[in-house]
Write a protein that binds this ligand. Structure first.
Ligand code: 5BU
Length: 250
């Protein structure tokens, strides 16, 4: 088991928070401001560094300082999806040098186990999340695909910390949980207090539905970052996620 799992579980218990906030904002400064505001409420902050207009190598350093002070992990949602050699270059190099700073990264399993080997080759400190499902309407993920992804994870449990699972197909999510057992963490995006969808096919389900289906960590983006008061909203999601955790998991 990857020690990052233990660390994440400790953070979740200490902060009574299974909430990840997706900081889908194009300004580094605004992400840092958000992290200061909501850092106490979250277990993980999720980034897409390639949407930043003003990325510099200072950004991950500053975010790390906040993450250490407020006790949360940093998840770069890069969704690697290439041959082993290419992903090792993408993970370690380029402008972003993700391997230097991300606690968590993710990858598609569609290309097979070689992607895990390619990422592991240059890994320094990150844990890998495999996409077993995705949230958009009409996606091509199947139960068979999800369960084969779990097999890859089990064969690489030194590095793989868990899965992305979607509560829009809770029966598959439940199977992932059953087959994966408790040595992996499941992260679920597409979460809002009011279920529904956006205008580009994103599906939303409630924290309760995701956790009942077996998820460990809920990922919330616009439900929090687009709110008038993100810290107030983050507290609502933290409380809802934790309540569901107590009801269904402990
Ligand atoms: P939202 O604003 O709560 O819809 O943002 C969801 C975030 O989770 C966003 O950063 C997506 O890139 C990310 N995401 C997702 O929505 N669905 C998926 O299947 C995966 C990631 Br994998």
């Amino acid at each position: 088991m990857n020690p990052i799992i233990t660390k994440l579980r400790e953070i979740i218990a200490a902060k009574k928070s299974n909430l990840t906030v997706a900081a889908d904002i194009s300004s580094a400064e605004k992400i840092l401001e958000l992290a200061e505001k909501i850092g106490d409420k979250i277990c993980v902050l999720k980034t897409h560094v390639d949407i930043l207009d003003d990325f510099t190598s200072e950004f991950p350093k500053k975010l790390r300082e906040i993450a250490d002070r407020k006790n949360f992990l940093i998840f770069e949602d890069r969704k690697f999806a290439d041959i082993g050699n290419t992903v090792s270059l993408q993970f370690s190099g380029g402008i972003y040098k993700i391997a230097e700073w991300a606690d968590l990264i993710n990858a598609h399993s569609i290309v097979g186990e070689g992607i895990v080997d390619g990422l592991r080759k240059v890994n320094k400190k990150s844990g890998l999340i495999l996409l077993a499902q995705m949230t958009p309407e009409g996606n091509l993920f199947t139960e068979d695909y999800a369960l084969k992804t779990v097999e890859i994870a089990k064969a690489n449990s030194d590095f793989v910390v868990g899965f992305i699972g979607s509560s829009d197909k809770p029966e598959i999510l439940r199977k992932i949980r059953q087959v994966a057992g408790d040595d992996f963490m499941i992260f679920t995006p597409g979460i809002k207090l009011a279920a529904g969808c956006d205008d580009l096919g994103q599906t939303y389900n409630t924290p309760e539905k995701a956790i009942q289906a077996g998820t460990d960590v809920i990922i919330v983006g616009r439900g929090i970052i687009a709110a008038e008061d993100p810290s107030l909203e983050a507290e609502k999601y933290r409380a809802a996620g934790w309540e569901a955790n107590l009801k269904f998991k402990i």
